[in-house]
Write a protein that binds this ligand. Structure first.
Ligand code: NAI
Length: 480
């Protein structure tokens, strides 16, 4: 990566390519462009120092430039080693008015194909503000930036970073090494950073789970907004976004005909529902695995077989995990799969598939087909094709969700950042959701952008169903 200290990306010369894509994406991101217009003269984020840890894609570049348009200073890292679009990263660094030699955009620390050590270095760089104690805001996806700050504070209080246990995941070992180095260099770095953070907004299911765990233990160090559970995030991005990008990833990786194949989707939450619909749309026979009887029943009434992975392993051509849980596809499962079965994950972390165990097996041979596509050959000659080393394949093998759906997610992110930055005194160190009226606002922008006509409530009708003519139109307990 090049950057000379101020940033670290693959190649600033890719900025033009990225800029063209950003221009097209802006048209597909009416949520963000509306917020830019709405706040054009207000600059509600003036004075904010936002550290972002979120896939450095074209859509994220539009988010970054929206935050800047609202007055913020921004530093960015990706939240996955494979998810960066190097052209988008270059365009974000160079900025709309800069050149590769004289960049005028924001410091980005991200490139496609980072090592784990590089990944955590990038995250630390995004959190390290020259001449400042730290960011005032974190915009997180999966919670890694929040985790680094919290673990850093924990070990600074203890005065020591523990040594990893042998069976700790490699990733955690890297986190500990990163924090050991920072503790030696500056024993109060993360404590100061945490004190400067006014709040965090979190993008995804897995990161939100981590936040609720921290809050339940009384350990959350600043207020948090759960963006994922805005209806216009999880019921759209997680579902319709994956409906687009899962098949995109499988196609770019393998080019295998999906029609006629048996595809197993593990998990039938929001991401699982979109995944199943996408593969069925391609003509696959889709089987669902679930632990939750409610989601299992939904799958059945949507027309899918519900089975245990063990029961269908011998038939499955494609197995995709979407659970946000660990050890869903084990090494033993992979051994027993059909020859050249395709294995992939779209849940946030790679531990849904027992990749660590696979990588440790001395008698299993890894054959690189192309970047982010590996054939793992077992001693009996049978193999499985694993996409993106078990990490989010829709971002590793393709470019993630399309702009329109990310517009909805990122409009919520922007609103959450403005809310926490401007009203942080009103929030405790707990996890909050945005009010429904803002959810409806984000939805309205996108309905209109698609040319939809909303029906207007009459006063009598509004009174009859006991809502305001202008909304919110549903009670909090409504599930959509
Ligand atoms: P969710 O909670 O709605 O769905 C997960 C489902 O998996 C639940 O229904 C749960 O009962 C089920 N599950 C849990 N353990 C299981 C097991 N052992 N076997 C079978 N099913 C099991 O969560 P959501 O929103 O669908 O997110 C899932 C994951 O995807 C999270 O890690 C989230 O962060 C990530 N995500 C990824 C995106 C992408 O672009 N690839 C986009 C949005 C979310």
């Amino acid at each position: 990566p090049s950057g000379g200290g101020g940033f670290a990306i693959a190649d600033p010369e890719l900025a033009d390519e990225g800029r063209h894509q950003i221009r097209l994406a802006e048209q597909e991101m009416p949520g963000l462009m509306t917020l830019r217009r709405e706040y054009a003269e207000v600059f509600p984020l003036r004075g904010a120092r936002i550290t972002g840890s979120l896939h450095m894609t074209v859509q994220t570049a539009v988010l970054i430039e929206t935050l800047v348009a609202l007055g913020a200073e921004v530093r960015w890292a990706s939240c996955n080693i494979f998810s960066t679009d190097d052209a988008a990263a270059a365009a974000a660094v160079v900025g709309p008015h800069g050149t590769p030699d004289a960049p005028r955009g924001v410091p980005v620390f991200a490139w496609k194909g980072e090592t784990l050590e590089e990944y955590w270095w990038c995250t630390e760089q995004a959190l390290t503000w020259p001449e400042q104690p730290g960011p005032t805001m974190i915009l997180d996806d999966g919670g890694d930036a929040t985790l680094l700050v919290h673990k850093g504070v924990q070990y600074e209080r203890a005065g020591v970073v523990p040594h990893p246990a042998d069976d700790d995941p490699d990733e955690f070992k890297v986190v500990l090494a990163t924090l050991r180095a920072s503790l030696a260099a500056d024993p109060a770095k993360w404590t100061r950073a945490a004190e400067s953070v006014l709040g965090v907004s979190e993008e995804t299911t897995t990161g939100v789970n981590r936040l609720y765990q921290l809050a339940a233990q009384g350990e959350l160090l600043f207020p948090a907004i759960n963006v994922n559970d805005s209806v216009t995030k999880s019921k759209f991005d997680n579902k319709y976004g994956i409906r687009h990008s899962l098949v995109d990833g499988i196609n770019r990786a393998t080019d295998v005909l999906i029609g006629g194949k048996v595809a197993v989707i593990c998990g039938y939450g929001d991401v699982g529902k979109g995944s199943a619909e996408a593969l069925r749309g391609q003509g696959a026979r889709v089987v669902i695995t679930e632990i939750d009887p409610i989601c299992a029943l939904q799958a059945q009434l949507d027309g899918y077989q519900v089975a245990r992975l063990d029961s269908v392993l011998g038939q499955a051509d494609i197995v995709i995990t979407t659970t946000g849980n660990r050890d869903i596809i084990t090494l033993d499962h992979m051994r027993r799969m059909k020859h050249r079965a395709i294995v992939g994950n779209v849940g946030h972390f790679d531990n849904e598939i027992e990749m660590a165990a696979l990588q440790r097996m001395p008698d299993v041979q890894r054959v690189r087909i192309k970047p982010q596509v590996d054939e793992w050959v077992f001693p009996d000659g049978k193999s499985v094709i694993v996409l993106s080393e078990g990490r989010l394949l829709n971002l590793g093998n393709a470019t993630g969700h399309p702009s329109f759906v990310m517009s909805s997610s990122f409009a919520n992110q922007t609103i959450a950042q403005v809310e926490l930055f401007t009203k942080h005194q009103e929030y405790d160190n707990e996890v909050y959701r945005l009010p429904k009226v803002l959810d409806e606002k984000v939805a309205r922008i996108h309905v209109e952008a698609l040319g939809g006509e909303l029906t207007k409530l009459s006063k009598d009708q509004a009174e009859y169903i006991d809502v305001d003519v202008e909304g919110p139109f549903k009670p909090e307990h409504y599930r959509y």
